[in-house]
Design a protein around this ligand. Sequence first.
Ligand code: HEM
Length: 217
Amino acid sequence: MAQQEGEAPLTDDEVLANVFTILLAGQDTTASTIAWVAYFMASHPEVQRKMQEEIDTVIAPAAMLEDFDAGDALTYLNAVINETMRLKSVTPVLAVEPNYDVQVGDIAIPKGVVLSLLTREAGLQQGGNSAVDVFDPDRWLTGASAASHHRAGFMPFGSGPRLCPGRSLALMEVRSAVAMLCRNFDLLQVKDAPEVEEVFAFSMVPRNLRVELRRRG
Ligand code: HEM
């Protein structure tokens, strides 16, 4: 509309490219993050119970988050989301290409060389109180040093000037969806379901994820 009124300099191709970027960058990434949280909730009933206790305390009798700020009070739920993104980052590989020759530490990178950055690795280097490959939301809560320790290597939304511009929206969406799930359903593993696998298809998505949602009594 702004274009028709002569106010927008964007061409149709540029509008299309931006809509495409936002859909591609925003939809699958957020949906798959919610799916991985559901995976951990179903496979860790004790974690799920703690999430439900918290959500019941913070938002009952409401059935879902009615106020965006209420999400900040969900300390444990937010730790579960962080821990999920640490182990199952949906963007574990970023491709970057320098516009000019750069030196990073003792590595010279010529202009135009395409690099694949493995962003999940740093978060898997140090363990805190439990082993690095163990799903343990408490590692985000047990003392300031533990949290900052993990934050240092934690970059599910990238880093620097190209940091994901949808980060806050994505976190709000994930929190709202997970809060709604916790408040209303028990998530259960499906018996005899095949093993869940990671599949990299632009974003890293779960294959074979089957979770039963049973309405909470
Ligand atoms: C859990 C969900 C999401 C994850 C894990 C995620 C992750 C990322 C990552 C790792 C990058 C690259 C950052 C870098 O190069 O350093 C990125 C870029 C981007 N994201 Fe997200 N994102 C998510 C949701 C969203 C949403 C909801 C939107 C928009 C509605 C969005 C829009 C974008 C755009 C436009 C870029 C490109 C920015 C640029 O190249 O300057 N993302 N995202």
